[in-house]
Each structure stands twice: as structure tokens, then as C-alpha cells.
Ligand binder design. Structure first.
Ligand SMILES: Nc1ncnc2c1ncn2[C@@H]1O[C@H](COP(=O)(O)OP(=O)(O)OP(=O)(O)O)[C@@H](O)[C@H]1O
Ligand SMILES: [Mg+2]
Length: 234
């Protein structure tokens, strides 16, 4: 469903992603691993059309997004959970969820989507009228995922959902991702929490300094000696 080919991008003339190829099939969970500064977030921003493509192409559901405006990926069915969650702290939890429903494809199913999100994240229910800025880190991550799900995404893209969370909370977040996967949700996950990401995913890519240095089934990637030593700290 997602086909990224030869994508190059960067910041202010300095290229940091040097021609990445990556794909996600229907119903698949794919993770992208790599150390600090490997270019994981930059690659996701390029896919979400928040950064210009210097070359290459992004295709989603057979449609080229290369020339698309930044709002197009959400309208086409990509739900993005950015690094650091991107909540609007002064808005309430409910208002943040409502914002996630802006793609026209999600508006008709608003109440069903809201019910589904609150069933997945019951801790948000008593906090719907609270400011998002008052949530704990774990609750804020759940809200960020819930907001993306309010857009009824065909593909859910997450940038380090475990960042800054206690291990027990990370396990809760991954349990929810496991339920979404079991229900057929396609997922593209960027992580430094290598063990959790490999356990959840079907396939993995490893980025190093803006290039894919290894890819394959999670089992193969987990057992790759070079990778264990050099990148994953396993
Ligand atoms: N807004 C920016 N302006 C200039 N350079 C940036 C910007 N954001 C990231 N970079 C640089 O691009 C490179 C890749 O960064 P990126 O944030 O994509 O890495 P990452 O793999 O997501 O790392 P992390 O695991 O720490 O989130 C780094 O060298 C970083 O310094
Ligand atoms: Mg990042």
C-alpha cells in the first residue's frame, strides 16, 4: 500500500536521507530502527509531505504523493503520530480527538471512531474535558495515537511511541498496537525500542546515517550479527 522509492531529503541544502526504498503491504506491521540521528523522523516527515522530496517518489494506494500538499496524506488515509506526540496542550482531550477527524473520509464515521478510540484507551474517558497538557506522558501518547485513529487511517505511522515512557507504560502502548494489528491495521513504526518493535512487527528496516543498511523479516534482522553489535545494542 505504501511504496517509498529513492527518496532523498534534508534540511537547508544538507541531505540527511540518501535515497531510501521501503514498502508496507496491506495488513503489515513494518518497523524502521536506527540510532539517534539516523534519519528516521526525517524519512517519516518526507512520507507525510512535511518535507520536500529532493528526489524519489512516495506512492500510497496506487496514487503518487510526490507533488501532494501536506494535508493530502491524511485525506488519502495515512494517520501520523509524530515524534513528541504533537498535542495541542491548551485544547481539551476531546478537542484534540476531534481535530484528528478532519479528513473528509473520517467525518461520516465520527461517533463510531470515537467510541473505538475510547474503548482502546479507557483512561482517556474521565479526562475528555481536561486540557491535553495536564495528561501524563503515557496518556498523552495514547491521545496522540487516538487522534491519528480518529482519521480512520488505512496506514498508521508512528514515530517513537515509546519515547520517554516508563517500561510498564511502553508495554501498555504496545499491547494496544498489537490489538490494532490483530484487527488488520497496517502500521509503519519508527523506534529505538528495538526489542518491542521487532516483537510486534512482520518486517524491519535498519537505517544508518540516512541509508537502509539492512532489511528483512524481523527474525532475520534480530539475528544479524553486524546489526546486533553495531546498531541495536542487543
Ligand atoms: N529541523 C532540522 N533542521 C536541521 N537538521 C535537522 C532537523 N531535524 C533533524 N535534523 C538532522 O537530520 C539528521 C537526522 O535526524 P532525524 O531527527 O531524522 O533522526 P532520527 O533517526 O529521527 O533520530 P532520533 O532517534 O533521535 O529521533 C540529524 O543529523 C539531525 O541533526
Ligand atoms: Mg526521530
Amino acid at each position: 500500500m505504501l511504496e517509498v522509492s529513492g527518496v532523498r531529503t534534508g534540511y537547508e541544502g544538507v541531505e540527511v536521507v540518501h535515497g531510501i526504498n521501503l514498502s508496507v503491504n496491506e495488513g503489515e506491521t513494518v518497523c524502521v530502527l536506527g540510532a539517534n540521528g539516523a534519519g528516521k523522523s526525517t524519512m517519516l516527515r518526507a512520507i507525510m509531505r512535511q518535507l520536500p522530496l529532493w528526489s524519489g517518489n512516495v506512492q500510497f494506494l496506487g496514487q503518487s504523493l510526490s507533488a501532494a500538499k501536506a494535508f493530502m496524506p491524511a485525506h488519502c488515509g495515512m494517520g501520523y503520530v509524530p515524534e513528541g506526540r504533537g498535542m495541542l496542550a491548551s485544547l481539551t482531550v476531546r478537542e484534540n480527538l476531534e481535530m484528528g477527524a478532519y479528513p473528509s473520509r473520517a467525518q461520516a464515521s465520527f461517533s463510531g471512531n470515537l467510541e473505538r478510540v475510547l474503548t482502546l484507551f479507557p483512561a482517556l474517558v474521565p479526562r475528555l474535558a481536561h486540557a491535553a497538557g495536564d495528561l501524563s506522558g503515557g496518556q498523552a501518547q495514547m491521545l496522540a495515537i487516538g487522534r491519528a485513529l480518529m482519521g480512520a487511517p488505512r496506514l498508521l505511522l508512528l514515530d517513537e511511541p515509546s519515547l520517554g515512557l516508563a517500561p510498564q507504560i511502553v508495554s501498555q502502548v504496545y499491547a494496544v498496537l498489537g490489538r490494532l494489528k490483530a484487527a488488520g491495521q497496517a502500521i509503519l513504526l519508527v523506534e529505538q525500542a528495538v526489542g518491542k518493535a521487532l516483537a510486534l512487527s512482520d518486517r524491519a528496516y535498519v537505517l544508518d546515517r540516512g541509508r537502509v543498511v539492512l532489511s528483512g523479516d524481523c527474525e532475520e534482522v534480530r539475528n544479524d550479527k553486524l546489526l546486533r553489535d553495531a546498531y541495536l545494542g542487543l
